[in-house]
Ligand binder design. Structure first.
Ligand SMILES: NC(=O)c1ccc[n+]([C@@H]2O[C@H](COP(=O)([O-])OP(=O)(O)OC[C@H]3O[C@@H](n4cnc5c(N)ncnc54)[C@H](OP(=O)(O)O)[C@@H]3O)[C@@H](O)[C@H]2O)c1
Length: 275
């Protein structure tokens, strides 16, 4: 199966990645290694997931050259002060066993540290080559306006919750103007896509599942990637088997029309969302 590559701000990223939240210990290593063996080349981790050691081990055990992989990690919002960022990057690289990550993300915006200070510290990591690219996660249009217009940040992506039941049109419009990638987390709505008649019917038409149709819908959008997670080999394999069919423009629109403002990731530290 041939992976789809997106070129964003002059850099390539495999459109379909592998999420690793909760994939820990020997089982976690096995799941991540399986994903790489099956063809996934974009791996998403975070300090918060406590599994960077597992990610590094799985990559080495899979035997795929490091330069063929696109590895992302993220720094939690309580560690975004400029003196803390390099320390956290030291630890990320130590745990992964690599000399750089491909993408370093602000995991959630800080309500305490001025954004410009964090972005300058991230930019410094990029200049030093310890992060090939930098970006953010869980940023709204207003936060992106500040990052892009006030601080002139060179952001590769914004990783946010996105699936057929949650529209991200406002963000997509803003990020499209900035030439950024929207990398969709919880892309299959934690499995709730299987409850949709439309997604199941489209699956039947193409000999696919609701999950495969949904992932295909994500990556057929110009500036969208997706990072589904699974601990089961059959689901890891199925989620990667989406490169041999294509949804029509009408089917893409029908899936967009399923949006109903359903958001599964809710925290008391979240920003005021756009939807
Ligand atoms: N930046 C952030 O703040 C943030 C927040 C949340 C998530 N993320 C990232 O996004 C990744 C994905 O999000 P997520 O893991 O929460 O949600 P998700 O990928 O939408 O859904 C994962 C769930 O769906 C099930 N599943 C996966 N493929 C399936 C299939 N083909 N058939 C049936 N069930 C299937 C998995 O169970 P099985 O294991 O049994 O297959 C798991 O319970 C995370 O792992 C993480 O890397 C980032």
């Amino acid at each position: 199966m041939t992976q789809m590559i997106k070129t964003v701000r002059g850099h390539d990223i495999p459109a379909l990645g592998f999420g690793t939240f909760e994939l820990k210990g020997e089982e976690g290593v096995a799941a991540i290694r399986t994903a790489i063996e099956l063809g996934y080349r974009q791996i998403d981790t975070a300090i918060r997931y406590g599994n960077e050691v597992e990610v590094g081990r799985a990559i080495r055990e899979a035997g795929v050259p490091r330069e063929e992989l696109f590895v992302t990690s993220k720094i939690w919002f309580d560690n975004l002060a400029p003196d803390l960022v390099p320390k956290r990057v030291d630890e990320i690289l130590e745990r992964l066993g690599f000399d750089h990550v491909d993408l370093l993300l602000v995991h959630w915006p800080s309500k305490v540290v001025p954004m410009g200070e964090t972005l300058a510290a991230f930019e410094e990591e990029r200049t030093k080559g310890r992060a090939r690219l930098i970006g953010v996660s869980n940023f709204t249009v207003a936060l992106l306006d500040e990052a892009l217009d006030v601080h002139n940040a060179d952001l590769f992506c914004n990783q946010v919750e996105y699936h057929p039941f949650l529209s991200q049109q406002k963000l997509l419009e803003r990020m499209g103007r900035a030439g950024m990638l929207l990398n969709a987390y919880q892309p299959i709505a934690r499995g709730k896509v299987f409850q949709s008649d439309l997604l199941n019917a489209l699956g039947k038409k193409y000999g696919k599942s609701a999950s495969q149709v949904t992932l295909r819908w994500h990556i057929q959008q110009d500036t969208v990637g997706a990072i589904p997670r699974s601990a089961r080999i059959e689901n890891i394999r199925a989620n990667f088997d989406i490169f041999d069919f294509e949804l029509s423009p009408e089917e893409m629109a029908a899936i967009h029309a399923l949006a109903r403002g359903e958001r599964y990731t809710r925290f008391d530290w979240e920003p005021v969302w756009d939807d």
